[in-house]
Design a protein around this ligand. Structure first.
Ligand SMILES: Cc1ncc(COP(=O)(O)O)c(C=O)c1O
Length: 428
C-alpha cells in the first residue's frame, strides 16, 4: 500500500494556471486562430542580432568563460549599469541621474520571478493587495498562492481610477483592515489585459496617495511595466517610479521578454532599499542568480545599440498589427459605439473586447464554445478579475495581436463576430 502524499498548504492553495488549459485547447484544435497566447511575433525574434553577439562572446575565450560561468545572485554588474543608462534615456533625464540605483537593481528570471519574489518577501496570508480590475491574471495566481486577499479597483480609459482607489482604502480603514494593505499593483503601460496605460497625470498623485495611506506600514506600489518600450503613438510619460525619488514606495518591474526575447527570460527590478536584502536572500534560495549567459548577451546588445534598433523595428511591426486588429474589429462588429466595444491601445499587444452583458465569455460560457467551433480562441475576461464577491463582469475577452499574421487577425475578428451572432441568434 502506498502512503498518502501530504502536500504543503502553499501547494494546495495553488490552482491549475488558467493559461495551461487554453494552451491545451490551442494545440488540440487544428486550424484554430489563437488570439489568446500573449506571445511575441515569431518572425520578429532577433536571431541575427543574438547570433552576432553570441559569436563575439564565444570568439573571446575569456569573455566566453565569463558568460558560461555562474554569475551573481543580484545579476551581472555591467548589465545593471546598462539598465540604468537605458532607464535614464527612457525617462529623458541627464546621464548619471539614477546612478545610485544600480545598487538597488536586481536581475531576475523574467519579471515574473520579480513579481513572485516581491510577493514572497512582503505578503502573508490575510494581507491585502489592491489590483486593477482587470489585471494580469498570472499575477493573480501568485497572490492566490500567497493566500492574500486581493481587492480589485476600477479602471477607466486613464487606467487605475484614483478616486476608486482612495475610496477602497478608506473603506478598508473603516473596517480596521488598513494595517493589512501592503501593495498596490499597477500595469502602467498598455496593460495586459486591457491595453490601457495609466494616464500621465495620475502617476505622481498615485505615489502621493500610497504614501498618504502608509499610516501603519508602507503601502508599496508595484509598477509592472512589461510593455514599456512598445509604444506606437506619442511618447511614453515618466514612469510612476520616477515620482518616488527617495526610492521608498515604488518597486519597478521590467522585462526584456516583450522587447527582445522571451527565450532569454530576463527581467529586472529596482527596489526600495528595505526590500533589496530580503528579495536578494529569497532569490538566493530560488536560484542564486538568473542565467548569466543571457545577461552577457543582453548587455552587449544594449551596448552596441542593436537592442534599441530592434525595439524600433518591433514598434513599427506591432503598430501595423494593432491597426489591422482594430480595422478588422470595426469591419466585423461595426463602429464600436454600440453593444460591442473594444479598447484602442497606443502600444503593447492587447485589445480588450466587451460584448453585450448577457453574453457569457467565460470558459464554460456559450460564446467561448461557439468561438472554438468557429476556430478562434481568446482569453476569457473572467480570469483577469479578483472576484471576491462573484460579481465581476463576464462579458469581456482579451485579444492578443502579437502572434497571428495579419490575415489571421482579419479572419480571427470575423470568426469572433460569427460566434457572437450564433449566441445572439441561437438556432431553435
Ligand atoms: C503584465 C505582465 N507582467 C509580467 C509578465 C512576465 O513576463 P516575463 O516573466 O517573461 O518577463 C508578463 C508576461 O506576459 C506580463 O504580461
Amino acid at each position: 500500500m502506498t502512503s498518502p502524499t501530504q502536500l504543503s498548504v502553499v501547494s494546495q492553495r495553488t490552482s491549475v494556471p488558467a493559461i495551461s488549459t487554453l494552451m491545451h485547447l490551442a494545440l488540440a484544435t487544428p486550424g484554430l486562430i489563437s488570439l489568446a497566447a500573449g506571445f511575441v511575433d515569431q518572425q520578429s525574434l532577433p536571431v541575427e542580432l543574438a547570433a552576432e553577439e553570441i559569436t563575439a562572446i564565444l570568439a573571446d575565450a575569456r569573455e566566453g568563460r565569463r558568460a558560461l560561468q555562474y554569475g551573481t545572485t543580484i545579476g551581472d554588474h555591467r548589465l545593471r549599469e546598462r539598465l540604468i543608462d537605458l532607464l535614464e534615456q527612457d525617462e529623458r533625464v541627464a546621464s548619471g541621474t539614477y546612478q545610485a540605483c544600480v545598487a538597488r537593481t536586481i536581475v531576475t528570471t523574467g519579471s515574473q520571478q520579480l513579481l513572485y519574489l516581491i510577493s514572497e518577501a512582503l505578503l502573508d496570508p490575510g494581507d491585502i493587495v489592491l489590483v486593477e480590475s482587470p489585471t494580469y491574471f498570472v499575477y493573480l495566481g501568485v497572490l492566490e498562492t500567497r493566500g492574500v486577499r486581493v481587492v480589485g479597483v476600477d479602471i477607466d480609459e486613464g487606467g487605475l481610477r484614483l478616486d476608486a482607489l482612495e475610496a477602497t482604502l478608506a473603506d478598508l480603514e473603516s473596517q480596521g483592515l488598513l494595517n493589512r494593505v501592503k501593495l498596490i499593483y499597477t500595469i502602467s503601460e498598455h496593460s495586459n489585459p486591457s491595453g490601457i496605460s495609466l494616464a500621465a497625470d495620475r502617476r505622481q498623485p498615485l505615489v502621493a496617495l500610497a504614501q498618504k495611506w502608509s499610516k501603519h506600514q508602507t503601502v508599496f506600489i508595484l509598477e509592472d511595466s512589461a510593455y514599456r518600450g512598445l509604444t506606437f503613438d506619442g511618447v511614453e510619460p515618466p514612469s510612476v517610479w520616477s515620482y518616488d525619488p527617495a526610492g521608498e514606495t515604488v518597486i519597478l518591474a521590467r522585462t526584456f521578454s516583450k522587447t527582445f526575447s522571451p527565450g532569454f527570460k530576463t527581467g529586472y527590478g529596482i527596489l526600495p532599499a528595505v526590500l533589496l536584502e530580503p528579495v536578494h536572500r529569497l532569490k538566493g534560495n530560488h536560484d542564486f542568480g538568473s542565467g548569466n549567459f543571457a545577461q552577457v548577451v543582453l548587455e552587449r546588445a544594449i551596448g552596441s545599440g542593436g537592442y534599441q534598433r530592434h525595439v524600433a523595428k518591433l514598434v513599427a511591426l506591432y503598430r501595423r498589427k494593432r491597426d489591422v486588429m482594430l480595422a478588422s474589429l470595426q469591419e466585423s462588429f461595426g463602429d464600436g459605439e454600440g453593444a460591442v466595444q473594444w479598447t484602442h491601445p497606443r502600444g503593447g499587444l492587447y485589445v480588450w473586447l466587451s460584448v453585450p452583458k448577457d453574453v457569457d465569455t467565460g470558459p464554460a460560457g456559450l460564446f467561448f464554445s461557439r468561438c472554438l467551433e468557429r476556430g478562434v480562441l481568446y482569453v476569457p475576461g473572467t480570469y483577469a478579475y479578483a472576484d471576491e464577491t462573484g460579481s465581476a463582469p463576464r462579458n469581456h475577452a482579451r485579444l492578443c495581436f502579437g502572434v497571428p499574421s495579419e490575415p489571421e487577425l482579419v479572419e480571427g475578428a470575423r470568426r469572433l463576430a460569427l460566434a457572437l451572432t450564433d449566441c445572439l441568434n441561437p438556432v431553435a
